[in-house]
Design a binder for this molecule. Structure first.
Ligand SMILES: [Zn+2]
Length: 252
């Protein structure tokens, strides 16, 4: 289960020209999203963060645990918790990660720990894909039951392999009761699954319609990639987007 090490809030905010976590109790700054006051929260056993004085301006924000913070720590704070505003509706949300890419659309990465409704999934996809591409990263280790069920289904045997768009996908089946993946297969953006040190790319209607269109309930297909391949896909060509050293990232 989620050990929230941060209530709803932001790790970093703009203060004195720098985007950073709070350093001392009593610090205040202004939220660049909504203009209201942010106060430093310095819990004894949790992570220092900023909290809105009068309620978080992003209704999609959720309490965060080590899983969120671990993934965000791969990215330069400048590219984390990035406010975006819909020019028409004026709706504001902050992307967990937004990496601009030279000469094209940036990539929004949403780190999804808790289950969300179909309506909210679609609303987020619509909002974040107005000017960017979007990746979901789902935490498949969220509970021990989910983690066990998911790992029990993994099957990368040669007989299950199918190549689509130059990528090897492996067909599998969720043979326990109830799978969250049936709804995620319907996504119109890129869906990645994280389980322990592994990343899997889910075949979705958006990316693999020919395969997913013929799948029965419970069937799904995954391609494997390394954490580094995933991080590079999010960061694109910006050498400053990742906090890992260039030597590491060259090593592959
Ligand atoms: Zn705000």
């Amino acid at each position: 289960m989620l050990l929230a090490i941060m209530e709803r809030g932001m790790i970093s905010a703009m203060i004195e020209g720098e985007k950073r976590p709070p350093k001392v109790k009593g610090e205040q700054t202004i939220c660049v999203g909504c203009g209201s006051t942010l106060r430093a929260v310095m819990p004894q056993f949790k992570v220092a963060h900023w909290r809105h004085n009068c309620g978080d301006c992003d209704p999609w924000s959720e309490p965060e645990g080590e899983w969120h913070l671990g993934w965000k720590s791969f990215f330069n704070p400048r590219f984390c918790e990035v406010f975006m505003r819909d020019p028409e509706s004026q709706e504001i949300h902050r992307a967990d990660v937004l990496c601009p890419q030279s000469g094209g659309e940036g990539v929004v990465l949403e780190l999804q720990h808790s289950p969300i409704s179909e309506e909210e999934r679609i609303a987020r996809e619509v909002f974040y894909t107005k000017e960017n591409r979007m990746f979901w990263l789902l935490n498949m280790g969220r509970t021990s039951a989910l983690s066990f069920n998911f790992s029990s289904c993994l099957n990368f045997s040669e007989a299950n392999r199918i190549e689509i768009g130059g990528r090897d996908f492996y067909r599998m089946e969720w043979f326990m009761r109830g799978t969250m993946l049936d709804k995620w297969k319907q996504s119109r953006v890129h869906v990645f699954l994280n389980h322990g040190p592994f990343i899997f790319y889910l075949a979705t209607m958006a990316a693999c319609r020919s395969l997913v269109g013929g799948q029965a309930k419970g069937e799904f297909a995954l391609a494997r990639l390394t954490v580094l391949e995933f991080l590079r896909a999010v960061a694109g060509d910006d050498p400053f987007a990742l906090t890992i050293s260039s030597a590491e990232s060259e090593g592959g």
